[in-house]
Design a protein around this ligand. Structure first.
Ligand code: C5P
Length: 310
């Protein structure tokens, strides 16, 4: 298996994601909730470089807050490398260098992007050449969002979010992201939604009777029509993420007041994703938000999933 191992480093780039629709059902016995979601990969990236090594090691760099990023076996990229080695019988190791561009604990799948990138990078470094199907299987074992980070683009996620169907999306969508200095824990936000529902703090139709992505969302994507997409974006986790976080309510309101078509919390938050009418509108919204004291970046989607950078 290891005959085609490379002696040079492999650099892979993987995108962060926005859930532009996220319907959450009831929890299963394993703690995971049934989802109906639409992911879009956006132009905010994790860069992972895999260097040949005897053992397994990892370092993390980047301009985002790195305090909460582990460099041991709790790191999903490290787990990805070891899972691939175990699944293929490879005895070589790897030194992974991660350059983070996606906010940590931001609801944008940064850790999942690292894992997807590490799988692709180690697969090339070790010459294991697993192919898309087996990589997807390993990705799903690492986390619910990891398969999407491999595939990228725009996709519907069912099951835990890892049962993917590509969604047709024409053109490009322009987003402004408002970053938060204080992250949120994904398991905590799912747990808070369960508690809110148990205490009757849920809406009358919550959880949704059917966990399907509404046709209007898919039509708007197919038409490449941001104005049609804006009013049908939805996130069941939003109320749980906003609970006790008035700063996020203000960020959402500021974004819409300053010209975004609409805004949602991305995934389990706290990143705010504002959909804008086009590149120029997004640039203007981003500048005004910056001037108002927010940390805002302009990104676009859909973009490709984890890919080797040459
Ligand atoms: O799979 P991943 O590690 O990304 O999930 C993080 C946590 O988010 C899970 O441990 C679970 O608490 C929650 N989750 C969930 N239902 C999903 C996906 C994630 O409850 N479909």
């Amino acid at each position: 298996m290891s005959t085609a191992q490379r002696t040079e480093a492999v650099h892979v780039r993987a995108p962060g994601k926005i859930n532009l629709y996220l319907g959450v059902g009831l929890p299963h016995d394993d703690g995971y909730h049934a989802l109906a979601t639409v992911f879009q990969a956006v132009s905010l990236y994790e860069d992972v470089t895999a260097y040949p090594a005897d053992g397994f090691s990892l370092e993390v760099h980047g301009d985002v807050d790195l305090d909460e990023v582990p460099t041991d076996d709790r790191n999903l990229a490290m787990r990805a490398a070891k899972l691939l080695a175990q699944a293929t019988g490879v005895t070589a190791g790897v030194h992974l260098v991660i350059r983070k561009g996606v906010p940590v604990a931001g609801g944008m799948g940064g850790g999942s992007a690292d894992a997807a990138a590490a799988l692709v990078a180690c697969d090339a470094l070790w010459g294991t050449d697993l192919g898309a199907h087996r990589l997807h299987e390993l990705a799903a074992r690492l986390g619910a969002d990891v398969p999407f980070a491999l595939h990228g683009g725009t996709a519907i996620g069912a099951g835990r979010g890892d049962d993917l169907t590509p969604a047709l999306a024409r053109g490009r969508f322009d987003w402004v992201l408002i970053m938060s200095a204080q992250g949120l824990s994904t398991p905590e936000i799912y747990g808070r939604l369960d508690t809110m529902r148990a205490h009757g703090e849920a809406l009358a139709d919550d959880p949704q009777p059917s966990l399907d992505v509404p046709v209007a969302v898919l039509q708007a994507l197919r038409a490449g029509d941001a104005a049609a997409l804006a009013p049908v974006m939805f996130n069941d986790l939003e109320r749980a993420a906003l609970d006790g976080r008035p700063d996020l309510e203000h960020a959402l309101a500021d974004g819409v007041r300053l010209g975004a078509l609409s805004g949602i919390i991305s995934g389990s938050g706290p990143t705010v994703a504002l959909l804008c009418g086009g590149p120029e509108a997004a640039r203007a919204v981003q500048q005004e938000l910056q001037a108002a004291g927010h940390t805002a970046v302009h990104v676009h989607g859909p973009v490709a999933g984890a890919r080797i950078v040459v």
